[in-house]
Ligand binder design. Structure first.
Ligand code: SAH
Ligand code: DHB
Ligand code: MG
Length: 218
């Protein structure tokens, strides 16, 4: 069972139940046309984010790492009337592509992309946010965890992408800064009594990786 099967199954699931629409496919096409890297979440993962945010009734969502706005569209669509998504993006070019795609999806009034380094922008925000999706530089994950915790309330949910990385996460001698950042986050979560966490290994069209999800305890 390898990549070819995982991709074919993602295609099958997308057609049956995930059903990304033209605005979502269009945002990937716009990202590709602008030369952005093809590292957005898969449709099935985006839909999972959408369902998690809806299930917990999120009204304020914070994303770190916008890229071309693909996950932002899934997340913003989870919001009830009056809800808001803020997404932080370091690259002005990525932010521009994302804003255009969000506008084409009819979400310009709902979703705001702020340009800058996540760590610089976080202190300018006021909480609480109900739902967080963290998907920017992995080295920054431990700092993003602290910053997001400060903007949370009991019951807030955080999801971190890329937390398994082809299984590299269990290599305690790795020099890869992305993997080291993810491993440090696991240590920090383990040492933080205010949160309850799990991590789910995933396969699909993007390979083998994982989502780490936590809830801030009441
Ligand atoms: N969430 C997106 C994919 C994000 S890819 C999706 O699934 O559609 C990671 C993004 O994080 C890239 O656009 C990159 O420019 C951005 N990024 C990298 N370092 C960052 C930083 N320090 N602060 C904010 N964004 C950063
Ligand atoms: C890659 C994948 C991601 O989901 C991400 O956020 C950054 C990089 C990658 O496959 O390189
Ligand atoms: Mg990612």
């Amino acid at each position: 069972m390898t990549q070819r099967t995982w991709t074919a199954v993602d295609d099958y699931l997308d057609q049956r139940i995930v059903r990304p629409d033209d605005a979502l496919s269009g945002s990937l096409a716009a990202s590709r046309a602008a030369g952005l890297p093809a590292i957005a979440v898969t449709a099935a993962q985006g839909k999972l984010l959408n369902l998690l945010a809806r299930a917990m009734g999120a009204r304020r969502i914070l994303e770190i790492g916008t890229l071309g706005g693909y996950s932002a569209i899934w997340l913003a669509r989870a919001l009830p009337p009056g809800g808001r998504l803020i997404s932080l993006e370091y690259s002005p070019k990525h932010a521009e592509v994302a804003r255009a795609s969000l506008a084409r999806a009819g979400l310009a009034e709902v979703a705001e992309v702020r340009v800058g380094a996540g760590l610089d922008l976080l202190p300018q925000l006021s909480g609480p946010f109900d739902f967080f999706f963290i998907d920017a530089d992995k080295e920054g994950y431990p700092d993003y965890f602290r910053g997001c915790l400060a903007l949370s309330r009991p019951g807030s949910v955080m999801v971190f992408d890329n937390m398994v990385r082809d299984g590299e996460i269990i290599d305690d001698r790795t020099s890869d800064p992305d993997v080291r950042g993810a491993r440090q986050l696991y240590d920090d979560i383990a040492a933080e009594p205010r949160v309850s966490a799990t991590s789910i290994q995933t396969v699909g069209s993007k390979g083998y990786d994982g989502f780490c999800m936590l809830v801030v305890n009441g």
